[in-house]
Design a protein around this ligand. Structure first.
Ligand code: ZN
Length: 164
């Protein structure tokens, strides 16, 4: 019996589909073939994992691998701590960036642009109504009348000045 046939028999025996005669042949092969013995153990192990009622045997070198994994975890733990700090650093730098951005937004030099008529009135205090308002506060009636006349003249000047 070659190993290929032995493997086929092995699978069949696991299913319980191998008759007594072939089972004996397989057993004979397994006794002198270490590689098929290994396969047999692997299949048994897989079966034990698949069948819920059987307690799975520990894999070879399970303890060693477990210990290695634990050591690995110890090694990665400081890295995780660093990641935590890195996240904080990122948050901090992001906040700084936002503040910086806001600073640029608020303190950027005014671009020279054409002011609208309303803006000119507001910013340069050239609202003729404001002028008229101060005139109306004047106590003396004559002064008020005189100044209103001059203001009305000024108003036409202002409107002429800001005509686009
Ligand atoms: Zn074999």
């Amino acid at each position: 019996m070659d190993c290929k046939k032995a493997e086929r028999f092995l699978l069949r025996s696991l299913d319980g589909r191998l008759d007594h005669e072939n089972r004996a042949l397989l057993q004979a092969h397994l006794e002198k073939c270490p590689s098929c013995q290994k396969k047999d153990r692997e299949y048994q192990m897989i079966l034990s994992l698949v069948r819920p009622q059987t307690v799975p045997e520990l894999l070879p070198y399970f303890k060693e691998r477990l210990l290695a994994k634990l050591k690995e975890k110890e090694r990665t733990a400081p890295a995780l701590l660093w990641v935590k700090w890195a996240h904080r650093a990122v948050a901090f730098s992001l906040a700084t960036f936002l503040l910086f951005g806001a600073g640029i937004l608020f303190f950027q030099p005014q671009e020279p642009r054409e002011l609208s008529r309303t803006e000119r009135f507001l910013l340069q205090d050239e609202n003729p109504l404001g002028e008229a308002g101060s005139i109306l506060d004047q106590k003396k009636a004559e002064d008020r009348n005189m100044m209103l006349i001059f203001a009305s003249v000024g108003d036409t000047d202002v409107s002429r000045r800001y005509r686009p």
